[in-house]
Design a protein around this ligand. Structure first.
Ligand SMILES: [Zn+2]
Length: 348
C-alpha cells in the first residue's frame, strides 16, 4: 500500500510500504477515505526537530473498517469510523477521567503500540488500529460524501479548538478572544460560539481566514497583533479584556498576546503546541489569570460533537480550503508550509 513518509526536512514522499494486518485481538484494519495535514505536522517537516531517519506521518483520518480482531465489539467491517489523533482503550483510569491522550495503554499513530506492533500513520491508504473498541467511533450510518470533511475534523482540529474553550471555561454569556487564525484557531471560534459565548473576537490579519471566522460566528475581528492587538481586544470588551482567551498558536508572542488580552480573573485555554513559551507567573498572580489546557483528548469529545456535525448544526469542515489526492501530499505540505492553504484535505 502507499503511505506518506517524511524522509528529511521538507522531503516528504508517498512510498510503497507493507500493508498492515491484524496483530492483536483488539485491532481493526481501516481503509482510509479521507485524511489531512495538521499544523503540527509542519514542525517535523520544517526540521523542528530534525528527524534521524524516514518516518511515517499523519494522524487524522476517517475510513471504512475492513477487518476486526476476535475481541472487537463496537465496530464491524463496513462501518464508517472516525479515528482520534491518539489511540486509547476508553476504559482505563485516565480515559475515565477524560484524558485519553494519557491512556495507560494508548499511543500515537506512526509509531509502535505497547505490544510492539506498528500503528500506521494516518496519511496513507490503510491503518492498523490498536484498541479499536476504545479508539474508533462509528457513525450511525454511511455518511454522504459532503459530510466527510466535517466528520474528518473530529479527528483533531475541531476537538482541539473545543478543548481550548472547555479548558478555559467558556460558557453561556462568555466573552472570548481567540489568538491564532489557523485551522485550530478558527475551530476554537466555532467551539466557543457552540458553547454559548456571547461575544467572540477573532484575531486575524488575513481576509480569507477572517471570512471563515465570521462564518463560524466571530462577532469582531482584530487585525493587530501583540500589545496593539491585546489593547484592541480590551477596548472591544468593556475595557478589561476577555473572560477567556483561546491560545491556538504556541509561540512566545502568541502566549504573551493571549495573557494581555485576558481580563483580571480570566482564563487562557491553550492548545498550540508550545515552542519557546515562557510565562510571567508573577503577572499572572497579580491579575488572577489562569492557564489551562494542553494536548486535546479528542476521543473524549467526539460523542458530544458528532450529533451537531451529523445534523449540520456546525460545519467545521470549512477549515479545509484545499483537497488533494493522496499522491499530491507533498504539494499539500508545501502549500501549508507557505500558508497558501489553511488546511489541506487528502482524499483517497
Ligand atoms: Zn485509557
Amino acid at each position: 500500500m502507499r503511505a506518506t513518509v517524511l524522509h528529511a526536512t521538507r522531503d516528504i514522499r508517498l512510498d510503497d510500504v507493507d500493508a498492515p494486518e491484524l496483530r492483536e485481538d483488539g485491532d481493526a484494519v481501516v481503509r482510509i477515505v479521507a485524511s489531512c495535514i495538521c499544523g503540527s505536522d509542519l514542525w517535523p517537516y520544517r526540521g523542528l526537530p530534525e528527524i534521524d531517519g524516514p518516518r511515517r506521518i499523519g494522524h487524522e483520518f476517517v475510513g471504512i473498517v475492513e477487518a476486526v480482531g476476535a475481541s472487537v465489539q463496537t465496530v464491524a467491517p463496513g462501518d464508517f469510523v472516525i479515528a482520534p489523533f491518539a489511540f486509547s482503550d476508553n476504559t482505563c483510569i485516565m480515559c475515565q477521567r477524560g484524558v485519553h491522550t494519557s491512556c495507560v495503554q494508548g499511543g500515537f499513530w506512526g509509531s509502535d503500540d505497547r505490544s510492539g506492533h506498528f500503528a500506521d500513520g494516518g496519511q496513507g491508504e490503510i491503518v492498523r488500529v490498536p484498541l479499536a473498541d476504545g479508539t474508533l467511533v462509528a457513525t450511525p450510518e454511511q455518511p454522504d460524501e459532503a459530510l466527510v470533511p466535517h466528520l474528518l475534523t473530529l479527528s483533531d482540529v475541531f476537538p482541539t479548538g473545543h478543548h481550548a474553550a472547555v479548558s478555559a471555561g467558556v460558557s453561556a454569556g462568555s466573552t472570548v478572544a481567540v489568538v491564532g487564525d489557523g485551522a485550530v484557531g478558527l475551530s476554537a471560534v466555532l467551539a466557543a460560539k457552540r458553547l454559548g459565548a456571547a461575544k467572540v473576537v477573532a484575531m486575524s490579519r488575513h481576509e480569507d481566514r477572517q471570512r471563515i471566522a465570521r462564518a463560524f460566528g466571530a462577532d469582531e475581528i482584530v487585525a493587530e497583533r501583540g500589545k496593539e492587538g491585546a489593547a484592541a481586544v480590551r477596548e472591544i470588551l468593556d475595557g478589561i479584556g476577555a473572560d477567556q482567551v483561546l491560545e491556538c498558536v504556541g509561540t512566545a508572542d502568541s502566549m504573551k498576546q493571549a495573557m494581555l488580552s485576558t481580563r483580571p480573573g480570566g482564563r487562557v485555554g491553550y492548545v498550540g503546541v508550545p515552542h519557546g513559551v515562557e510565562l510571567n507567573v508573577p503577572a499572572m498572580f497579580g491579575r488572577n489569570v489562569g492557564l489551562v489546557g494542553g494536548v486535546a483528548p479528542a476521543r473524549a469529545y467526539i460523542e458530544e460533537l458528532l450529533p451537531d456535525v451529523l445534523d449540520g448544526t456546525v460545519t467545521p469542515g470549512q477549515v479545509f480550503d484545499q483537497t488533494l489526492p493522496l499522491d499530491k501530499v507533498a504539494d499539500g505540505y508545501q502549500a501549508m508550509d507557505e500558508r497558501t492553504s489553511i488546511k489541506t484535505m487528502l482524499s483517497l
